[in-house]
Design a protein around this ligand. Structure first.
Ligand code: GDP
Length: 424
């Protein structure tokens, strides 16, 4: 496959990082095209276990070009920290294998500050933000009140922009929250310490990727979060502030539109959700605790316990449709080996009727899950590498999921490590 995307079908944390790490073997470039350092893609390979936040998951493969497109929230400070951490782990990151769009806007220190201030102001009605500044960043970007990475190359212009931006931001912070903006000297020092070191990595990502695609290169687009968190099509307002859908890949990479040969829709064999908002299939109590422990469901970025429940086929069908998934990658099947019977949320009951369609977000609070149980397999499948090595009950469960989601299964992940998967 030449152009492919790995995207989430649910609320995020589906195991996309693990799938990208696996699929980068045949790739020339891996591109992050949206979102920022709020991602928490976990990758385990021969170098160790890493949580990637902004860097594409291709950094572990020699010869792969890793790209941050203009659609990302360029959080320089956390990117530099991440680069250092990976280097300490033996990963090589140079301008040879990392290209950052000169058009990417900078997530500035006040974006985190505003995120935290707004969550505090909302109190019980907060969005459950990861407080990485993503919503204030995208708000400012679309109001054209940001600096872009390439501006660093034009110091005189940058100085003018900086003054006007500081004045505007100061008014906003004082008026809305009674808070102070950084001084010009503080912002200059921040840019010097965290943004300028990235200058050698800047370039025209659209040009580089366009040339690569034209010469038959294989490009993998890596999304952050999942379909239900898309700003336009997700469970607004409990979404992120960017486009998590495969359809945004070309724009967010700075490329002309093209056709994706393959869209790998990643879903977990059960459901998890971080933060606030409706989560119809949610379990509470001891069975939720057990599933959370078995699946180690704690946020890679925040350490927050994830909400858990049975696989939600209503939401996953919707995610697969929004993503245009051509293949399904089902992860964490091994975790369900702890259950006597395996649950599936097949439909919702809404206002007295059963529905298989994902409703308008405002109705989700009224929806109740319809749960079916299938026979469990009660054993460890993490060593299986072939379909025929799985117990019959596990195969029945997987086939049922595939049928209900309506997308052919391409990969089945049975453990976090690179080799723990079954190709179908
Ligand atoms: P992402 O943001 O979609 O990449 O997902 P995360 O990295 O936040 O969450 C997935 C977690 O599950 C990570 O800790 C992975 O190492 C782990 N993981 C991925 N696939 C499997 C699997 O098949 N089995 C198990 N047990 N863990 C997995």
């Amino acid at each position: 496959m030449r152009l492919s995307a790995v995207v989430g079908l649910n609320w995020g944390d589906e195991g996309k990082g693990r799938m990208v790490d696996l699929l980068t073997e045949d790739c020339d470039a891996v591109v992050r095209y949206q979102g920022g350092g709020n991602a928490g893609h976990t990758v385990e390979n021969e170098l160790g276990k890493f949580a990637l936040h902004l860097l594409p998951s291709g950094v572990f493969r020699p010869g792969v070009l890793n790209v941050l497109g203009p659609g990302v929230a360029l959080d320089c400070q956390s990117l530099l920290e991440e680069m250092e951490e990976l280097r300490r782990g033996g990963v090589c990151i140079t301008p040879e294998n990392l290209l950052i769009s000169e058009r990417a806007a900078l997530l500035l220190p006040w974006h985190r500050q505003e995120d935290a201030l707004e969550e505090a102001r909302l109190g019980a009605h907060k969005y459950g933000s990861t407080v990485q500044g993503i919503a204030p960043f995208y708000g400012d970007k679309y109001r054209k009140k940001v600096l872009r990475a390439g501006d660093l190359r034009f110091p005189e212009r940058l100085e003018e922009e900086l003054e006007s931006l500081l004045e505007w931001k100061g008014l906003g912070l004082r008026g809305l929250y009674g808070a102070a903006a950084p001084t010009a000297a503080e912002l200059r020092a921040w840019l010097r310490d965290y943004a300028e070191p990235l200058l050698p990595y800047l370039g025209d990502t659209g040009g580089a990727l366009g040339e690569l695609a034209a010469s038959g290169g294989r490009i993998l687009f890596e999304a952050q979060l999942g379909a239900l968190r898309d700003i336009d099509c997700g469970i607004f307002p409990y979404t992120t502030s960017s486009h998590t859908l495969a359809s945004y890949a070309f724009t967010g990479a700075g490329m002309a539109p093209g056709r994706l040969d393959e869209v790998v829709g990643v879903a977990k064999a059960y459901s998890t959700c971080v933060g606030e908002g409706p989560f119809v299939c949610e379990w509470r109590g001891p069975e939720a605790e057990r599933l959370r422990e078995e699946g180690a469901e704690y946020g890679a970025r925040t350490g927050r316990p994830r909400r858990v429940g049975p696989m939600d086929l209503v939401a996953t069908r919707c995610g697969a449709r929004l993503q245009g998934a051509t293949h399904l990658a089902l992860t964490k099947l091994d975790v369900l080996g702890c259950m006597d019977r395996v649950p599936l949320c097949t439909a919702y009951t809404l206002r007295g009727a059963e529905t298989r369609d994902f409703p308008y977000p405002a109705l989700l609070d009224e929806a109740e899950p319809v749960t079916e149980y299938m026979e469990g397999w009660r054993c460890d499948v993490s060593g299986a590498r072939r379909w025929t090595e799985l117990p019959e009950a596990a195969r029945r469960y997987v086939r049922r999921v595939e049928e209900e989601v309506g997308v052919p299964l391409g990969w089945l992940s049975v453990g976090p490590r690179r080799e723990q998967y079954i190709r179908l």
